[in-house]
Design a protein. Sequence first.
Length: 294
Amino acid sequence: MKDGISSLALGLMLLSEESLPSPTLARPCFLIQYPGMKRLILLLACLLPVAMVEAQGHAGATWVTEKSEVIGGEPVRTAIRVRVEEGWHTYWENPGAVGTPFSLDTDFPEGWKAGEIQYPAPKRITVSGLVSFCHEGEFFLPVTLTPPSGFGGKLPALRATLKWLACNDDSCVPGKTEVSVLPESDPGSVAVAYSKLPKPIPGSSLRAAVDGDAISLSLTLPENTHVDPTACEVFPITRNIIDAAAKITFLKKPETPNTWQVSAAKNEYFPDETGKIGILLLAADKSAFVVTTE
C-alpha cells in the first residue's frame, strides 16, 4: 500500500488548456508551468484529506472595525488582519503565474452587504522560475460593509469564511478560517489598513494597445504629479493581460509631455475582450498608486 501511494503521489497529470484555462490550484500540489506551453503539469505533492489541509493553512486572521455604532446605509470601514507563517506566502488580487487570491464568503443578516476585498501593494516572488504577486508576514485586507437602510445601533456579530492559498518553495496548501467582526472598535488599525491601499492619481490616463505578442501601455500623468513611473515597480492589476514574468519599465516619451510608454509580453491566457486594464505603481518609499484605462 505504501509503495502504491508513493507511486500515485509522484504521478504526473497532464491537463489541456481547455480543461484548465487558467493556472489555479484547488488541492495541495506542486505547479510547474513552462513558458510558451499550453499545458500545465501538476505534480501531486501529497494525498492528505482536504479538510485536514484547510484546517492548517499556514495563516490566521482577525476582523476589526473602525466603529461599533453604525447607521443604516452609511458604509463602515473594516479590515481583516492576516498573519502568514514565516516561510510561506499568500496571493494578491492578481496572483501572477500561479496562485489564488483571497475570498470572503459572508453569512450576514438580511440587508447587510460586504464590498470587495481590497489589497495593499504586493511583492514579486519567484519560485521554480514562476513569478507570482504575493503577501507575506502581517498585513490588512480592507473590506467596506454597508448596513441595511433603517438600521441603527451596535454592529451585530457578522461572520464570514476567509479562504486563501498559502505556498512556500516546495508546496501549496489551501486554507480557511471563520472570522467575525470584533465587538470593540479599532479605528487606528483600520486607518492604517486603508492608508496602505493604492491611491488613484487624479488627471491620469492609461491607454493599451495589442501589438502581436506584446501589449503597449501609454501612461499620462498630470503636470504637477510627484510620481515618477520610471522609478516605480509596476504590477498588472488585471489578470491574464501581461505576462507575470514581464519586466515593466516605463520610459519617458520626449515628444509628449508627461507621458511614458512600455511594451510588455502578453499573458498566455490573454482574453478575446479585455475590458478595463489597471496597473499599480509602487514607489521606492512604498507609496502605491493605481491607474486604469477608461
